[in-house]
Write a protein that binds this ligand. Structure first.
Ligand code: FES
Length: 363
C-alpha cells in the first residue's frame, strides 16, 4: 500500500487533500474548504453527527496521523484530554497536511442507528393522494426533529382512541426542517389507515415514535445495486436511492424496478425520471401486474428477474413491499446468486409493530 502523500490539483486549482481510513487503508479526497465530515458524506460514508457545529461531540473521531485545523468548537464537546489523545470533531475539522489518517474501519463506516424516541409531537402540515389507495402525509416536528437514516420507519397511531400504532416507512431523506413524509396505503380492514386517510386533517397534532429498523444503505458496499419495490414499498427504496445519489458519490450502477397493479398505481415517476436524467448510473423500470403497459415490463417481478439479471452474484439487492412480494422476490434473487449478506429486505412494516424492541437494534 502506498503511503506517499498526494497533493492533487484539478483544472480549477482546487487543492485536494487525502483522508485515509485506518485500518482499511482506503482513502478519499477532501477538497479545499471541506470538513472531514463533508468529504466523507460526499463519498457516501456515514459518520454519526448531530449539530454539525462543534457543540455535541457526536462526530468525535481519533486522528491517527496528520494535521488538521479543528476550528472553533466547544470544550464540552471535545475536552483537553481528548484533544491530547488525538481526538477531533470531524464536523469542523479541516485537513492541513496532505494526508490525514483517521480511525474509520469498515465496521465504523457503517451507519450507527440513532436512539429512537417515543411520542414526539408532530403536526400534519399536508396530505394529498399519490394513487387511488396511497396518501402522502407531511409532518413537521414541534420539538427537536427526529434523526433517522433513509430506509427507517416510524410508528403512528392514537391508542387512547383505540387507533392502534402502525409502522410506516419514512419516504423522504433527512432535511433541515425535520419534515417527515409518510406514504400510507389504505387497508380495507385497517383502522389506522382509515384514520390517516379519512379523519386526520392538516393542522392536527400527532405523536410519532421512532426511528426504527435496519433497512438502511451500506455506504461501504462497492457493488452494483438492484432495488425492487411494490406499492408503498417504494417509499423506503426511493429514500435510500435518493440519499445515495443526492448525498453524492455513489458510483456503481443502480437499477430500480417498481411493481404496480395498474398504471394508476404508479407514482413518483417524476422524481424517478429526474434521478435517471441526472445520474447516468441510475436506471428505472416498472412492471404492471394487472394491465398490459405500453412500453415497459409486464407481469410479476420475480418471474421477470432471470431474464433481466441472469447473474446477481456481484450485486447488492434491496427489496420492499407487501410480505408476499418480498418473499417471492427474495427467493428469486437468491436463485440468481445474490450473497445473503448483500440481500436487504423490508417486509412492509405497515401491518404491525416492530418485531424486536427498538433498543436491541442499536449498534
Ligand atoms: S456533529 Fe456535533 S460536534 Fe460534530
Amino acid at each position: 500500500m502506498s503511503h506517499d502523500p498526494e497533493l492533487v490539483r484539478t483544472g480549477q486549482e482546487t487543492i485536494v487533500k487525502q483522508i485515509r481510513f485506518v485500518p482499511s487503508g482506503k482513502q478519499i479526497p477532501c477538497e479545499d474548504g471541506d470538513t472531514v465530515l463533508a468529504a466523507l458524506e460526499r463519498h457516501g460514508y456515514a459518520l454519526p453527527n448531530n449539530c454539525r457545529a462543534g457543540a455535541c461531540g457526536e462526530c468525535k473521531t481519533r486522528v491517527v496521523s496528520g494535521e488538521f485545523d479543528q476550528g472553533l468548537v466547544m470544550d464540552m464537546a471535545l475536552s483537553g484530554e481528548e484533544r491530547e489523545a488525538g481526538y477531533g470533531l470531524m464536523c469542523m475539522a479541516k485537513p492541513v497536511s496532505d494526508v490525514l489518517e483517521i480511525e474509520f474501519g469498515t465496521e465504523d463506516a457503517k451507519p450507527k442507528l440513532f436512539p429512537p424516541r417515543e411520542n414526539a409531537p408532530y403536526v400534519l402540515t399536508d396530505k394529498f393522494p399519490r394513487t387511488p389507495r396511497i396518501a402522502e402525509l407531511r409532518l413537521r416536528p414541534l420539538g427537536a426533529p427526529m434523526r433517522f437514516w433513509p430506509g427507517q420507519y416510524v410508528t403512528l397511531g392514537d391508542p387512547g382512541r383505540n387507533i392502534p400504532e402502525r409502522c410506516y416507512s419514512i419516504a423522504n431523506i433527512p432535511n433541515r426542517e425535520g419534515e417527515i413524509a409518510l406514504q400510507v396505503t389504505y387497508q380495507d380492514e385497517g383502522r389506522t389507515s382509515a384514520w390517516l386517510h379519512d379523519e386526520l386533517r392538516p393542522g392536527d397534532q400527532v405523536a410519532l415514535s421512532g426511528p426504527y429498523g435496519t433497512f438502511i444503505g451500506d455506504p461501504t458496499a462497492e457493488t452494483p445495486v438492484l432495488c425492487l419495490a411494490a406499492g408503498s414499498g417504494l417509499a423506503p427504496i426511493l429514500s435510500l436511492a435518493s440519499a445515495a445519489f443526492l448525498r453524492g458519490g455513489f458510483k456503481f450502477p443502480v437499477t430500480l424496478i417498481f411493481s404496480a397493479r395498474t398504471s394508476a398505481d404508479l407514482y413518483d415517476l417524476g422524481l424517478l425520471r429526474y434521478l435517471e436524467a441526472r445520474f447516468r448510473n441510475f436506471s428505472f423500470r416498472y412492471t404492471l401486474t394487472r394491465e398490459t403497459p405500453s412500453g415497459d415490463l409486464s407481469g410479476r417481478l420475480p418471474g421477470l428477474l432471470p431474464e433481466l439479471f441472469p447473474d446477481l452474484s456481484g450485486h447488492s439487492v434491496y427489496i420492499a413491499g407487501a410480505p408476499q412480494f418480498v418473499e417471492a422476490s427474495a427467493a428469486a434473487v437468491r436463485q440468481l446468486g445474490v450473497a445473503e449478506e448483500r440481500l436487504h429486505t423490508e417486509g412492509f412494516v405497515e401491518q404491525g409493530k416492530p418485531e424486536a424492541p427498538p433498543g436491541d437494534r442499536l449498534l
